[in-house]
Design a protein around this ligand. Structure first.
Ligand SMILES: [Zn+2]
Ligand SMILES: [Zn+2]
Length: 254
């Protein structure tokens, strides 16, 4: 697997961190993990083959995670690059995903799901196991963020990645990520978190200790991270693996 960080930030406007999105290359194809408004620009900036994207995972319906979804479908419906496309695009996420498209379509009569190639909407719930792509197994777990929010674990036969997206603290999430090659865990706040349904660094590090991944990536970083030196903060914790602080444009081999 190969990961490109498109957005390492939050909903808060920031000059260097755009909101949540990752481009993941697997043995079975490419998957976009969350689709923020900025992810459309960021895919193009990174030179990624967006017209060939195979699947999109949506973790929950906050706008810093879905703001680019309807605009992306609107874009590929009319782009020359997708005119000859025949392979399907799968969009997976929590219950309510289809309703979201219905509401947007109703507002603008876009018919976003009617494209020159098939679009499959897959709604999943806590505990589900499914094939997000041929050869890529997915399982999802509930997170303490929103009623619909889900973490996802992906395995392509060679590597495993787990992505918490936004979450409050629950040790079970560390167990869900056990042994993953890369554990992408949110660490919205440095300390003294302002919101119970997010994590601060000490909680993210505790989940990493439980999960024992081969590598961990902290993301969903509020601007308070700008005033810190991560190496100094990380030195306060004993970690079972390398822990990286995400930045837009970061690339990781898993
Ligand atoms: Zn968020
Ligand atoms: Zn959120």
């Amino acid at each position: 697997m190969h990961l490109t960080v498109l957005g390492s930030g939050t909903s808060h406007p920031h000059p260097k961190r755009s909101s949540t999105s990752f481009w993941l290359e697997t043995a079975g194809g490419s998957i976009l993990l969350d689709c923020s408004a900025s992810s459309i620009l960021r895919m193009a900036q990174e030179g990624l083959p967006w017209a060939e994207l195979d699947a999109i995972w949506i973790s929950h319906f906050h706008l810093d995670h879905i703001g680019g979804l309807a605009p992306f479908l609107f874009g590929i419906k009319h782009a020359a690059e997708t005119r000859d496309r025949t392979k399907p695009l799968s969009i997976c996420g929590p219950l309510g995903l289809k309703t979201l498209f219905d509401a947007v379509d109703e507002a603008g009569k876009y018919r976003l799901l009617e494209q020159g190639f098939p679009i499959e909407i897959v709604e999943v719930v806590e505990g589900d196991e499914f094939q997000i792509l041929d050869g890529v197994a997915a399982s999802v777990a509930k997170t303490l963020h929103k009623p619909e929010s889900l973490a996802i674990r992906l395995e392509d036969g060679k590597r495993t990645l787990c992505f918490t997206s936004d979450t409050g603290f629950a040790p079970s999430l560390g167990e869900f990520a056990a042994g993953s090659g890369l554990f992408i865990v949110e660490s919205s706040f440095v300390a003294n978190k302002a919101v119970a349904t997010h994590l601060e660094l000490s909680e993210a590090m505790e989940l990493i200790s439980i999960a024992q991944p081969r590598k961990a990536l902290l993301n969903h970083l509020y601007p308070e991270w700008d005033a810190t030196k991560f190496e100094d903060l990380a030195a306060n914790y004993s970690s079972p693996c390398e822990v990286l602080l995400a930045f837009d444009g970061m690339k990781i081999e898993i």
